[in-house]
Design a protein around this ligand. Structure first.
Ligand code: ADP
Ligand code: MG
Length: 253
């Protein structure tokens, strides 16, 4: 479903003297099968958010091949659900208007998404919450609103940038379960960026470890711990292995 090959990404006019080229990603290749989940972990600044923006079709500062569903990425042709790092809710719109936004852009002829009611019930977003503004919500509530907006679109591809990192442990686990429930129901292809090893092992059927900047793939794990809350010794060993890849102290595979 998603195929990235030999991707390099640049920011021109960045760096110290404002006319340097900063290389954010270098020769990065990965694949995510249709309906699969891929967790991407890597150190801060290695280009994870850049990669998601490219997959979302909202950044074009790259070279290499990026294809989604067999064609070059085109947000007009595909439904792409993108949850940016700060949830991306518009502060001047109510929760209700925020939730309907992506759907409305895609389907201007029918402003209300068809399964809005059941989706909101599932996510625990009630009428009172719908009339509030984003600044009046807790982190968990903002997360629910952004998940609702993305899933109501019935996206072909869902891209999430550190979606649960600002949440407390209990809320994070709860939201991970909500994500799984919706992912199973819609069979969406999902890419989840995280800096949390345990979260990557829980959410990713494959786990891709990126190198420090400029990011490229330093390891890919076909993850046996996917969707399992695991505490065994093997799990601890796998976590240690991922940590050593992440810190560049392990042998790449
Ligand atoms: P990550 O999400 O892994 O922390 P980013 O993709 O945000 O990494 O950033 C990768 C690199 O690209 C960093 O060096 C960052 O400073 C640079 N970068 C990101 N966005 C911009 C931008 N809009 N202009 C210039 N440089 C940027
Ligand atoms: Mg980022």
């Amino acid at each position: 479903m998603i195929r990235v090959s030999h991707l390099s990404a640049f920011y021109d006019g960045a760096g110290k003297d404002k006319n340097e080229r900063v290389t954010a990603l270098e020769d990065l290749s990965l694949e995510v099968p249709k309906g699969g989940t891929c967790a991407i972990i890597g150190p801060s600044g290695c280009g994870k958010s850049t990669l998601l923006r490219i997959l979302a079709g909202i950044a074009s500062n790259y070279e290499g091949e990026v294809s989604v569903a067999g064609a070059s990425v085109d947000p007009k042709a595909l439904s792409i659900g993108f949850i940016p790092q700060n949830y991306g809710l518009l502060p001047w719109k109510t929760v209700r208007d925020n939730i309907r936004l992506s759907w409305k852009v895609k389907h201007p002829e029918s402003p209300v998404p068809p399964d809005e009611k059941s989706m909101l019930a599932r996510l625990g977003v009630d009428a009172e919450l719908l009339s509030r503004f984003p600044r009046e919500l807790s982190g968990g509530q903002q997360q629910r609103a952004s998940l609702a907006r993305a899933f109501l679109l019935r996206p072909d591809v869902l891209l999430m940038d550190e979606p649960f990192s600002a949440l407390d442990a209990i809320t994070r686990e709860e939201m991970q379960e909500v994500f799984f429930e919706l992912w199973r129901a819609q069979a969406v292809t999902a890419v989840i960026v995280t800096h949390d090893i345990e979260e990557a092992l829980y959410l990713g059927q494959s786990v891709v470890v990126l190198s420090p900047a400029p990011g490229s793939v330093s390891a890919v794990l076909d993850n046996p711990y996917f969707a399992r809350r695991e505490t065994s010794g093997d799990f601890a060993a796998e976590k240690a292995r991922l940590r050593s890849w992440l810190t560049g102290k392990g042998a790449p595979v």
